[in-house]
Design a protein around this ligand. Structure first.
Ligand code: ZN
Length: 106
């Protein structure tokens, strides 16, 4: 089952606008980023299937921030990978990225 990644997400009081940002990995060294000030959740589209776990990683960051979990980066990645595997291999969920656009304002 394909599930569309929405352009806008919300976790508690935090909102995120999901965008592709070309060359994020090359320029900044990571495949995804959530900017709490702007609410922009950026994903580098050039990381292949890795965009799925990267997206969940950023969502876990929102959960971590909103619920003050105080998780470190490694544990955020571990939880994101586990959630991704559960969604994919147990529920048969794949992400559909067709609504997400490339950022043009930066
Ligand atoms: Zn992170």
């Amino acid at each position: 089952m394909k599930v569309k990644i929405p352009k806008n997400i919300r976790v508690g009081s935090l909102t995120g606008r999901v965008e592709f940002k070309e060359n994020l990995k090359v320029d900044d060294g990571w495949r995804g980023d959530y900017n709490q000030r702007t609410g922009i959740l950026s994903i580098d589209p050039q990381c292949g299937e890795g965009i799925n776990a990267t997206f969940l990683h950023e969502v876990i960051h929102l959960i971590d921030l909103n619920y003050e979990c105080d998780l470190n980066e490694v544990n955020i990645s571990r939880i994101a990978n586990g959630v991704y595997e559960f969604l994919k291999y147990n529920l048969g969920i794949e992400f559909d990225w067709s609504e997400i656009e490339t950022a043009t304002h930066r």
